[in-house]
Write a protein that binds this ligand. Sequence first.
Ligand code: FES
Ligand SMILES: [Fe+2]
Length: 382
Amino acid sequence: MTVDTSTEPEVRTIETGSDPTRYARGWHCIGLAKSFRNGKPHQVQIFGTDLVVWEDSKGQLNVLDAFCRHMGGNLAMGEVKGDDIACPFHDWRWGGNGKCTGIPYARRVPPIAKTRSWISMERNGLFFVWNDPQGNPPPPEVTIPEIEGYGTDQWSEWSWNTYLVEGSNCREIVDNVVDMAHFFYVHFQMPEFFKNVFEGHIAAQHMRSSGRDDVQTGVQLDMPDAETVSDAFYYGPSFMLDTVYTIAGDSKVEVKLVNCHYPITQNSFLLQYGTVVKRMDGVSDEEASAMATMFTEGVETQFKQDVEIWKHKSRIENPLLTEEDGPVYQLRRWYSQFYVDVEDVTSDMTKRFEFEVDTTRALENWAEEVKANVAQLADSSK
Ligand code: FES
Ligand SMILES: [Fe+2]
């Protein structure tokens, strides 16, 4: 018997593409500012290289290339002396501006003794480094917004976590911005409303969701019926600030969630996430920070699920999509602006683009699936 294959579609082939050859232009959060403030130098592996961060006597955090321009000593193994970082090899001193300020054993400092200093910024208690392969400073409009009232008793302290992801390029995490369906399967959420808006250097994800009755996470804050209203914005390639309201009956909890990362190499990145919870009347400091911890643990559970996917998946340049999958290609076009010289950024990458996913069919089917799971759980506990 012969099989007529003329009506069969061709087998789809995955194009894996290749990792980028440069690191994204933009602000990269490297952690809580206070974690660098212990009088010691800190080594940060980032952008395929090593940096040293230290606090000077004025309380300013400085960032230099870690490797000393004299003989390659590692400044992160050195000591903070006065305002400078002193190399452990021959004690050359380097200032935050990259200039060599002194060589205790030498008659003169070579006038060309200068290393690379990185532009940095503290915002909302977080510390950022600016990367630009072209060496330009950040344009004023490309910044990280302040959290209103941060640093006052309106907000809890940061509950902050990091997670090393190896075997994956950081584009995987950014793809999540448009991925409505994975919120059900990977994050145990039911997205009822899902919309993306990209414009300039900002990519937004607006989501309204509820929890699943068959699987609960700390993100529901112990309120199984809670609705989650989440408005998340990527400010540049690596830093997402999300305003999340968890609403159940009369109670409404506001959380700021940061989801950010920095590339270590093209095949590994450090995922970081943290939360601050808004103080509500009648809620003590302890209760607010317990809430922040519960929420962050929920987020952690969710991210661990993402990480398992990223670790084992293929890079894919030509995803095969349905209407419900959201604008993956448009998002990647937006993301590509950070990987080309500023002169080569086209309006395609930055012009306003909006897309709302129709979640009707998804919700119908998921409600059935959850109902069946709940029934099965009830049966098995009999
Ligand atoms: S290598 Fe740093 S002082 Fe010599
Ligand atoms: Fe995810």
